[in-house]
Design a protein. Sequence first.
Length: 556
Amino acid sequence: MVPVPMSSRVWLWLLLAVLGGAFLINLGAWGVLESSEARYAEIGREMLTGRDWLHPRLLGIQHFHKPPLTYWLTAIGLALFGGSAAAVRVLPVLAVLAQVGLVYGLARLVFNGDVRRALATAVVYGTLPVVLISALNVTTDAYLATLELLAAYAFVRYHYTPGEKRAAGWLYLGWVALGLGFLTKGPVAAVLPLMAVISLHLTPGAPRRAWSAQHLLAGVLFALVGLSWYLVLVADNPAFLRYFLFEHTVERFANAATFNRSKPWWFYLVLAPLGSLPWSAALLTEVVRTGWRGLGRRWQMVLLWWVLVPLLFFSLSSSKLLLYVLPIFPGVALLTVELLGRRTDAVLLRWYVGFVAFFGLALGALCLLPVLGPQFGISVSPFTTIWPAASIVVLILTHMFWDEVRIAPRLLVLAVVFTAGLLVSVKPVLAQIELEANGSRPIARRLQALRLDTRPVLVYNELLPSLAFEQQRLPVSLYDGEHTLRRETQFERDAQWRRTWIDLTNPADTAALGPLLRQHAVVVSKGELPAERQWLVRGLPQHEHVGEWLIYYGGW
């Protein structure tokens, strides 16, 4: 697959500019969404407010489910860009753009300096739906994928760089990136770099480097970076050692029920192809058509170690979310470009027609959303059709009036145009379906409209960090058996956390509710309160519906 003639760097920067603009436009149109995005956003906000960079807190209680790098970056985003939803999304967007650049660099090495195929690989990777989702959803995964790619690129570049002194810098960079990956999500950060190095060493003719003292020094550097936060906490409290090693490594991998993320073994076999359409359709078809032997030794290693082995590894884990498998998609992009690059223009033309049909259907579905949405429980304005309709027009004009005769450049350019149009089109939709998408900005705005935003807010039996983020203050969580609201308090050193978490099943705890209710508190509940909890709102005669949520309040 060969793009139109022009400096590859110019095209790369143009690609990044188009994707970056499409990502950043209207980035704060919708509030942070439950559960993961809201959790990271609120922890970052509390970290910035409390100035405690070692002990992440969620709704006032220490929260050590993940290492702190994502929280640090979220706090930095809030400090730089303000306290909005857009502020926490800017850095993940930049991280994904960095991934596109790193995929380009990796592809240049894998394709032996062929910048045209490297650029095509960057386009394929940057237009994968799963990659787009990771950029617009604040979690560890976008940052982790960036650091894994940086480590993989640095290790591969180390083997390709002549001269021991020049190469050593890449070795150190790889280990530092791996260390930062450990500060992002722990040992899983090693998956992609390890697979890349194994693939390299098993590929005939690939460059080799002997082990040296540099590797030992780089390993020490990794330990200083990657284990620093863990060691500080373990030194403070030895109980953290078991907590990190077993409860949040072994237990998370082996027992997904612990974190409510249990999925069947075939989950990724279905979701990974769906999350990379339409490129996955081309890749799977071409792999079957080519066959294992037809791939050749180099591409057998890429398929095996960059895609299949990581996919098997993540499938063996009982804890599954789509973004966990982001490390396989650089390999998907490389293989897609290689296999499509072997085809004639006649074959590529068939793929081009299929891709254009897919792009048109996807944007057409968005145009029909105001009509079809109510059947799925969502309602959006007819004006939301402007953006997907305009994107369809741009696609048609590009197809009709661009005089490029080669199919590959046309396919790549249309993929970028479609992706930019899709990104711009979905944001107004998300802004209108926040409640259905588990956001609570509409609740916060209604509280403000009713002039209740300064009163204590009691949230019944739901963990709702998105409301805390939108109000920029902590609500009081009323626990009544909901498993997501159970909190780990074993590392708390005082009873301050009891001000923001009350156990309704414990009569001793409910005594704290009296003073709160006398302060004209507001009770927020998802649906009607159970009959046995109606006493909570006995002095709150008024109520309002915001979607499926109820706001109970009284006069002064």
